[in-house]
Design a protein around this ligand. Sequence first.
Ligand code: ADP
Ligand code: MG
Length: 728
Amino acid sequence: MSKLRFKVVESAFEKKVEETSVPDKRVSEYYGSHVFNRAKMFKYLPEKIYEKLVDCIDNNTPLDRETANAVAAGMKKWALEMGVTHYTHWFHPLTEGTAEKHDAFIEHDGKGGVIEEFEGKLLIQQEPDASSFPSGGIRNTFEARGYSAWDPSSPAFIIGDTLCIPTIFIAYTGESLDYKAPLLKALESVNKAAVDVCHYFDPSVKKVYAYLGWEQEYFLVDEGLYAARPDLLMTGRTLMGHESSKNQQLEDHYFGAIPPRVLEFMKELEIESLKLGIPVKTRHNEVAPNQFELAPIFEECNLANDHNLLVMALMRNIARKHGFRVLLHEKPFKGVNGSGKHNNWSLGTDTGTLLMAPGKTPTENLRFVTFIVNVLKAVHTHNALLKASISSATNAHRLGANEAPPAIISCFLGSQLSAVLDHLEKSETEDFILAGKQGLKLDIARIPELLIDNTDRNRTSPFAFTGNRFEFRAVGSSANCASAMLALNAAVADQLKQFKAAVDAKIASGIDKFAAIVEELRDVAKSCKAIHFDGNGYSEEWKEEAARRGLDCETSVPLIFDAYLSESSVNMFESTGVMTRLELKARNEVKWEMYTKKIQIEARVLGDLAMNHIIPMALKYQSSLIDNVYKMKDLFPADKAAYLSSKNMEIIEEIANHTIFIKEKVDEMVEKRKVANKILSEREKAIAYHDSIVPLMEAIRYHIDKLELTVDDQIWTLPKYRELLFIR
Ligand code: ADP
Ligand code: MG
């Protein structure tokens, strides 16, 4: 190991880990301490105001200015007691992560001093200087300004000395410029559509919630090693690096104990999350070395998503305190597992029923089958769109690679649920519905209350039924879940609306309600059979089979994004009121631009590293070999010297071949970038980057990784996989 590397490793281990801030309290004593939740609203707001706010949160009633002022006053009082000095509107722009602009609570008091001020108008709406956030041209074309507006359904919270107010971010002309606004619309549309369908089975249902339980995977890397890898630092992933001789073959990390330094990090992360009312529950090692997972208890989708974004931010900060860097990239290391963020998703009613869980009575089971079949249909119709919703330059490395779902969307159902659907398709309505004492009885009452076989989950499925929910596993670890969740909830809402219309038409023509439902379900189930696949999603045969079934098999990310603009997607988003064609177009501009920028940065970093690190290191080693060959000639007779130097001569030549290839391809890559950069259309530019730059990067990497195996370790200054992955 070179001196340089040895030093960085040591320095990171020397770092003192700070004590976590809540020592000996029970979780229940500090859970939600930093959130303006209902208990705090009740304590800090006058009763009438509290009631109005709760009504606004629960029933979407508008907030008048007077109420907003009173809420702001209560919030401010609480925040000042907590030592807060600033407030910010916290929003989710179309880039990654979250954005905020901090303002102090102060205003002139008119007497030369200042007072702490925070009025309702500042709570409700603000105009962040948003010109630098991507809008896909919406703000340029229509109206220069955008504003952020309070989302009362997600409570305000405190981080450090700042009161954070969750907001949506929209253009003055009304188009959304963020992830939250369309997510809220999608949740509202699925609520309406699902309530209507629920009424066939239970007229008392008033509201349907979409639930999200995410499982966040991540890698930790020692800070010192991270600093010595410019590619990790600049792009979040290693652009080069040969597989370690040992990586995850033994799967010993998955079952192993959590390393102590990691455990300290996890504990602090959990405490800080709990203070913010994030119900974190599960922590464990993942399959790859230095890979871990954190999962909370599921929550209402909008809140769960805010919480995921917060956790990602907390992870980044807290990791640094413990001498780590957290990698949220989907594929930081080639050859070992990537990181995903499974999105466990379900619908549930205000009466406490999970709609995708089997029930006890025939009616409940018909309701269960109804929701399952409609979800399958929505996923089938919009499989290309759902894939687009999880696609990005970074997730592209993960999908289709080690232990990751393929770039094809299909649904796993398990043998029991498959049997139920088979039965539905094959039976006549009369078989499926058996007349009993109380009128109609359905033989689907045979559905067991617990679908046990779904616990032995098929890990190769991107969208799997797991007993009472679906698990959307293709979501990337760095993604904002809202992208997938708004597409899924809107698609399901649209399908439920169509289902309801068809059933109502049948009922209007005189068919009995339950018979109408069963008939329609049978047709729907038959029409979306192609989406159901319980086999091995990693296999080559599945790719061929999926293509035969007409599922979207596109693997180029810029082309995958086209699915957002297909007529079927635009119609679906417009009819559910989630997004307009204009918004969809603008968002795609942003997606293509982001794709290009990511690849552009990676290509530059790779080029720099190749020229400034790799080739010089290789030539240095090569020179020492050449030196050795000459010295052999001095020492031995020519014949013997030639024999003794023969292997070194081979290595000298091998190094030359690699460095020549690398230099040529780096030059070619620069030229190809120049050509691509001149393209005006964002879509065409992204396609050019995908088609002409990405393959070159892979070719260059191959040769660099070969050099890594050849060149003297003393000379190789970049930390290797065995260090990055095994030092904790
Ligand atoms: P796994 O076996 O996949 O690790 P867990 O039981 O740990 O599954 O749950 C993973 C996530 O799924 C958790 O966030 C959990 O709260 C969530 N979850 C469980 N039931 C539901 C549901 N009905 N809807 C949404 N999320 C759910
Ligand atoms: Mg899971």
